[in-house]
Design a protein around this ligand. Structure first.
Ligand SMILES: [Cu+2]
Length: 183
């Protein structure tokens, strides 16, 4: 088990270097803070980010999840992530490999009109690497998503419990009554 984890991390590190341009743009827009975007789902050029949440962290890495709807007419791609709470944030997915669940970095996530991308534990996720502090349940923090066409969107993620399978129930902060879910 331990060995497997280590080799996955090594593979991830190699890919991270290859994927470095994703981070070329870190010149501090983090002041966004999200005041303006807490009232309704964040939106840019047809892209709607409906739900953002994270698990409470137990190590120096963490995981966050968003649901993205492409309400436009053409395909877009999620190509980059950043957040002030982690040194790096990467797009990951989980793949079964010989009966072992492994994480794999993704260069991008395709966003087709009419097919929402729902990140969830065990599937696509945002890997938060090198957290600046422990993410505690109930805490909120900004995540900036970069899209190939729609540009950048910043959303506020709410931290749920450490083993949560979904966003905390009854948390209406920042979701402007958009309570629908796809599964
Ligand atoms: Cu991961």
């Amino acid at each position: 088990m331990r060995k497997t984890t280590a080799s996955v991390l090594t593979a991830m590190a190699a890919t991270l270097i290859a994927g470095a341009p994703l981070h070329a743009e870190q010149h501090g827009h983090d002041k966004a803070g999200g005041h303006a975007m807490t009232k309704m789902p964040a939106k840019a050029a047809g892209i709607v980010v409906e739900q953002a949440w994270a698990r409470a962290s137990v190590t120096s890495n963490g995981a966050a999840y968003v649901s993205i709807r492409n309400a436009g007419k053409s395909t877009d791609q999620l190509i980059g992530i950043r957040t002030p709470v982690a040194k790096r944030a990467e797009l990951h997915t989980h793949l079964m490999d010989n009966g072992i669940m492994r994480m794999r970095p993704l260069k991008a996530i395709e966003l087709n009109p009419g097919a929402p991308a729902v990140m969830r534990p065990g599937g696509d996720h945002i890997m938060l690497m090198g957290l600046t502090h422990k993410l505690k349940r109930g805490e909120r923090f900004p995540i900036t998503l970069r899209f190939a066409k729609a540009g950048e969107v910043t959303v506020m993620a709410t931290v749920a419990g450490p083993g949560a399978r979904g966003p905390a129930k009854g948390d209406h902060k920042g979701h402007g009554g958009d309570m629908k879910h796809t599964h």
